[in-house]
Ligand binder design. Structure first.
Ligand code: CU
Length: 493
């Protein structure tokens, strides 16, 4: 089994040879993806979905999931799995306290489920892998939006098909806002931009080429569905919602200007305090909301968003910001201190009105341990030595309980990264290998990174919905190969 570390040593072509049967390697090498000059395409922003109708407390939406031919690479029609014909899917904008009801019609030939990642929803609306929408059928998902403002995302979760179906297009942003947020001097409208990033490989026909677990051979990063786009920005403050929608790609974001990000939110919403971050790690399914400050950047400047841990130079430059002219900052905006001129010197990070709330910490009642590891004999990815079994519940939890889960990446020797995502909840990462996790990576989180050999402890309170929910590695190709379990929240006795 080739490890990521080995692949780095070998270089990607030799690495691919170990992974692939020979015939497949030959076709992979001849199938050069059509080249697109860097920063030649404009960044699209996915459309915001319009409700079919609204009532006093609920927004109703309709989406059709279908295969659609789209121009992702200039001059090619790529068969893409889409929500409402859009790639990425249309953005759903929800408000805390207003229910969202989405009717999803499955126009594919395969089953699909729709999971709203990071949301506390009833089990019947969770999009459990074993609860699919059959081809030609529809299903209604109900999202109560009874949680803090957050950048969530929705994606397919069909048992064993999720990795391929997400890879072929099935994901989109779901932005939950909160009255607290509207009182903060944060950028809105065209200055509040979701960036859904993901790995891809295209064949010579411009079609998505999917080879499971083939992380050394996905040479393209798409941002909102385009390779290496450019984004014409004004000299303003921007709120960027970074969503890693990759199957396998790991990012360490940085800006070529040397300016840091001001991170305001993690997976499940606002941090207790904004954090100045020269670089931000984001693994599959993780989100970070950042403020990027172009207010004092000279017009005509180009700033590139890069991945400092890209496996190849081609994948390092992700998105180019082209700074145009623009009006001086608005009054509200100038409440947020400028830090682009003072790169890496610690600027003030206070934002007036910042909520700075965290739920009270409860006393945990028990600790569970989960070890993630590749079984070399079967090639399956396992948790505590077992693959996913829909009939098995791995943890039965009384409603209202607080638990500590100790999660171990057992693949130190193989050098394989894993992560852990729990449906339904936001948790607190307590510590990593005995050291406290930095605040920006601690709470609120629903997906946690596990470097090879890591032992990470998280604290979780199960006080929302009852029922059976999955937990799994969010390297999708691992999840699709069995690295998944289930917990069940039962009424308190
Ligand atoms: Cu994994």
């Amino acid at each position: 089994m080739l490890t990521r570390r080995d692949a780095l040593k070998l270089g990607s072509a030799a690495g691919a040879a170990v992974l692939f049967p020979v015939n497949r390697l030959a076709s992979a090498l001849s199938d050069d993806p059509p080249g697109v000059p860097p920063f030649s395409l404009p960044l699209p922003v996915p459309p915001v979905l319009k409700p079919a109708h609204r009532t006093a407390d609920t927004d109703f939406y309709d989406m059709r999931i279908s295969e659609t031919e789209l121009e992702i690479l200039p001059g090619f029609r790529t068969r893409t799995l889409t929500f409402a014909g859009s790639f990425p899917g249309p953005t759903v904008r929800a408000r805390r306290g207003r229910e969202v009801v989405i009717r999803q019609f499955n126009g594919l030939r395969s089953p699909v489920t729709v999971h709203l990642h990071g949301a506390a929803v009833p089990a019947s609306s969770d999009g459990h892998p074993m609860d699919p929408i059959a081809p030609g059928r529809a299903r209604v998902y109900r999202y109560p939006n009874d949680q803090r403002a957050a950048t969530l995302w929705y994606h397919d979760h069909t048992h064993e098909l999720e990795a391929e179906q997400i890879y072929r297009g099935l994901s989109g942003a779901y932005l939950l806002s909160d009255p607290v947020e509207t009182r903060l001097p944060l950028p809105t409208g065209e200055f509040d931009v979701p960036l859904l990033l993901r790995d891809a490989k295209f064949d010579s026909e411009g079609q998505f080429a999917f080879v499971p677990d083939d992380f050394t051979n996905r040479p393209t990063v798409l941002v909102n569905g385009r390779p290496q786009p450019h984004f014409e920005v004004k000299r303003k403050l921007y709120r960027l919602r970074l969503i890693n929608g990759s199957n396998l790609e790991m990012f360490r974001f940085r800006l070529t200007s040397g300016a840091p990000f001001l991170q305001i939110a993690a997976d499940g919403g606002f941090l207790r305090a904004p954090a100045v971050r020269p670089e931000i790690d984001l693994w599959p399914a993780e989100r970070a909301e950042v403020l990027v400050d172009f207010r004092s950047v000279p017009p005509g400047t180009a700033v590139v968003l890069q991945n400092a841990v890209a496996l190849s130079a081609d994948k390092r430059d992700i998105l180019q910001f082209r700074v145009g002219g623009g009006a001086p900052p608005s009054e509200r905006e100038s409440d947020v201190p400028s830090w682009s001129r003072t790169a890496f010197s610690p600027p003030r990070t206070e934002i007036p009105g910042w909520p700075a709330t965290e739920p009270p910490r409860r006393q945990p009642t028990r600790t569970r341990r989960f070890v993630l590891g590749l079984d070399l004999a079967s090639g399956r990815f396992l948790i505590n030595g077992r693959g996913f079994d829909p009939d098995r519940v791995d943890a039965t939890i009384e409603h209202g309980s607080t638990e500590i889960w100790e999660i171990v990446n057992g693949d130190a020797a193989l050098g394989i990264q894993h992560s852990m995502h729990l449906h339904l909840v936001q948790f607190r990462v307590l510590d990593r290998n005995g050291k406290p996790e930095p605040a920006h990576d601690s709470f609120p989180k629903d997906t946690v990174r596990l470097y090879p050999g890591d032992v990470v402890r998280i604290q979780v309170t199960f006080d929302s919905h009852l029922g059976r929910f999955p937990f799994h590695c969010h390297f999708l190709d691992h999840a699709a190969h069995s690295m998944m379990g289930q917990f069940e929240v039962v009424p308190r006795r």
